[in-house]
Design a protein around this ligand. Structure first.
Ligand code: SF4
Length: 339
């Protein structure tokens, strides 16, 4: 089929109503940017899933970072998005305004130099992300060990994708697998899951053409537990062995709390016992006390659309977010707001 024919098919689809989830926040942003949502048939519902790291971070994690930042001995380092995510006591941005030593960094590796120059402080990186970023934290620790830097730690909220897909399971008719994550893990890890659930899954890249082809494939494969790779330029069946080995060396699986989804068995990555000295206390961060009016938990599971939230576009906007899904450029509410 030509690209034009595929687009026409997606526009005029009149089969049974389907819900397709793009798990990854980068796909959410790409789908909005390329205008795909505007022409899809009303019988195709796109759901933005839990693959935006800050959107699934529980309030206990933010609260712990704020508590750590109150110790003058500590310097908290983080990616920019996380600074605006509300915990139950406010945001890291507010803590910084109140005098806490909080730095925004573009890469965890930048923390090495800061820690090396300032041995009087402990540097703690807010390690959020999925299988894509976990190897970077492994590289940070590897470098710290090699260079003898002792004053760094990480607070992990690292999560893994297959477990959350399993948790959402049959609520969707198909999954657009996260391209970046699959670059690291490979797509074979989804094969048993797809077969067990009888739901198709397609690994896709981030340009509009690749995404529409993947959506078309999901519709054609509906009801069949098959995985396809539409991103072969970077995704392989087995993934990146070097990155997987680095991850496996430092991290082990454990139960983790997801905003809106609760605790999912073995869906988190925590430092192994031999590297415990680098852990800033990541294991017991399960409480999630989001603003009671915020519907993020329903949005990321497809139960509701962002516009169903009473705060959407009123008191909650990208410049003044009340929930995590409005903070990140990969968040469902942010992308619904700007579309
Ligand atoms: Fe939460 Fe804001 Fe989205 Fe409502 S619009 S669900 S408050 S992030």
């Amino acid at each position: 089929m030509t690209d034009k024919e595929i687009v026409e098919f997606l526009k005029n689809y009149t089969g049974p109503d389907v819900s397709l989830m793009e798990i990854c926040g980068s796909h959410t942003a790409a789908i909005v940017k390329s205008g795909i949502r505007f022409f899809l048939s009303p019988h195709i519902r796109m759901v933005s899933g839990p693959g935006c790291p800050v959107c699934v971070t529980v309030t206990a994690y933010i609260d712990r970072l704020i508590a750590l930042s109150e110790d003058p001995q500590n310097v908290i380092c983080s990616f920019g998005d996380l600074l605006r995510v509300p915990g139950s006591r406010g945001t890291l941005e507010q803590a910084k305004a109140g005098g806490s030593n909080i730095r925004m960094l573009y890469s965890p590796l930048d923390m090495l130099e800061l820690a090396e120059k300032d041995s009087l402080h402990n540097f703690i990186f807010a390690a959020v992300g999925f299988e894509t970023t976990a190897p970077v934290y492994a590289a940070l620790l590897e470098n710290a060990i090699e260079r003898g830097i002792r004053n760094i730690k990480i607070l992990t909220s690292l999560k893994t994708m297959p477990e959350v897909v399993k948790c959402i399971g049959g609520r969707m008719d198909g999954y657009l697998l996260p391209g970046h994550v699959c670059t690291v893990t490979g797509y074979a890890v989804y094969e048993p899951l797809a077969a067990e659930m009888g739901i198709p899954m397609v690994a896709a890249g981030f340009d509009g053409r690749n995404i529409v082809q993947a959506l078309y494939a999901l519709l054609k494969l509906r009801g069949r537990g098959i995985v396809r790779n539409f991103y072969p330029s970077v995704v392989t069946r087995e993934g990146n062995k070097k990155a997987l080995m680095a991850m496996d060396n430092f991290f082990e699986a454990g139960d983790a709390a997801w905003r809106g989804l609760g605790i999912i068995e073995n869906s988190g990555l925590f430092l192994r016992g031999e590297y415990e000295r680098f852990d800033a206390g990541s294991r017991d961060l399960t409480e999630d006390r989001e603003n009671t009016l915020c519907h993020c938990s329903k949005v990321i599971t497809g139960e509701e659309n962002s516009r169903d939230c009473p705060l959407f576009g009123k008191s909650c906007t990208p410049s003044d977010p009340k929930g995590a899904c409005m903070v990140s450029r990969e968040g469902a509410c942010f992308n619904e707001y700007i579309k």
